[in-house]
Design a binder for this molecule. Structure first.
Ligand SMILES: C[S@@+](CC[C@H](N)C(=O)[O-])C[C@H]1O[C@@H](n2cnc3c(N)ncnc32)[C@H](O)[C@@H]1O
Length: 284
């Protein structure tokens, strides 16, 4: 904890989370306390409040409540985040679907959409995009708006074009005849205006929905070949993680695959229901 951060006691935090649960549609009571404390300290500092003042404030002001709720969740993401996972998808997971008629993919906790675009770019280069249905969800409606627009600040994403190059370098059976497709095929970069803009054939493809993994069912009402949920359950406690694994298990086809983040794994009862290969868990 930095000296400027306020120390938040577990009991006070739990009371605060119960207040949010009672007075909003959100339930963070099964999130890991450590990360919540870090986020809340930041919010308190920015608003020059202590926890009980913040609690009073959000009860009087629903817009502020919504704002606080949104800043509690971590939205960090990037194009081709953790390139080793994308290489595994490229070489071993996605090619399994080459003979499928259709591929249903769900990005749960997609944030501002860079993960969704990374997937569509890779699918296109493997010749699989056309037969893919891409679904993406998040608890936060603001990040979904950004995802739909596919418009990002160049200066925040510049470094990740490197990730693109790393992953695209060795696309097997690539549809492009002249080696790696240039990224301009997928997004334009305007350095002066500080904008990366995804091309319409990508922005128009996914179906986005606000889904809260704590309390909602699968609101897409289809089953999936692939569910990607990375860097989301890391913020959940063990019980909530298992609840989410149950949701994913029930909504995957037989042999379907769940991809988790590099610091996440299935522990507990669901280990018996999946076979693991790196970050990929195949439904048994
Ligand atoms: C760190 S981002 C991960 C984004 C992307 N999957 C990646 O790995 O780059 C975590 C996302 O999970 C979302 N999230 C947190 N709690 C959630 C919940 N209960 N239901 C759905 N999404 C949630 C947050 O809003 C945030 O956008």
């Amino acid at each position: 904890m930095s000296p400027s951060e306020q120390e938040i006691r577990d009991e006070d935090l739990k009371d605060f989370l119960l207040t949010i649960k009672r007075h909003s549609p959100y339930d963070f009571t099964e999130y890991s306390l450590k990360s919540l404390k870090r986020r809340l300290s930041k919010i308190l500092l920015e608003n020059k409040l202590n926890l009980s003042q913040l609690e009073k404030e959000i009860l009087h002001n629903t817009d502020f409540m919504e704002k606080v709720v949104k800043s509690i969740t971590v939205n960090t993401t990037e194009l081709f985040r953790d390139p080793q996972t994308w290489m595994h998808l490229r070489d071993e997971i996605l090619p399994k679907f080459a003979s499928s008629k259709k591929i249903n993919i769900w990005h749960a906790g997609c944030s501002t959409g860079q993960e969704v675009y990374s997937m569509m770019i890779l699918l296109e280069e493997l010749g699989l995009l056309e037969k893919s249905e891409v679904f993406a969800s998040d608890i936060n409606s603001d990040v979904l708006e950004t995802a739909r627009a596919g418009r990002y600040k160049f200066r925040f994403n510049q470094a990740y074009i490197e990730n693109y190059n790393l992953v695209m370098e060795h696309v097997p059976d690539k549809t492009s005849q002249h080696g790696k497709a240039h990224h301009e095929k997928f997004f334009t970069v305007d350095k002066v205006a500080d904008v990366i803009q995804m091309k319409p054939f990508l922005t128009e493809k996914p179906v986005y929905k606000k889904i809260d993994l704590v309390k909602d069912e699968n609101l897409f009402h289809v089953k999936f070949d692939l569910i990607v949920c990375r860097n989301v359950i890391i913020y959940f406690n063990y019980e909530l993680q298992n609840k989410v694994f149950n949701l994913f298990y029930n909504n995957l086809y037989e042999d379907g695959c769940l991809v988790l983040g590099v610091h996440e794994s299935i522990l507990g009862p669901f280990t018996a229901n999946f076979s693991k290969k790196k970050q990929a868990y195949f439904k048994k």
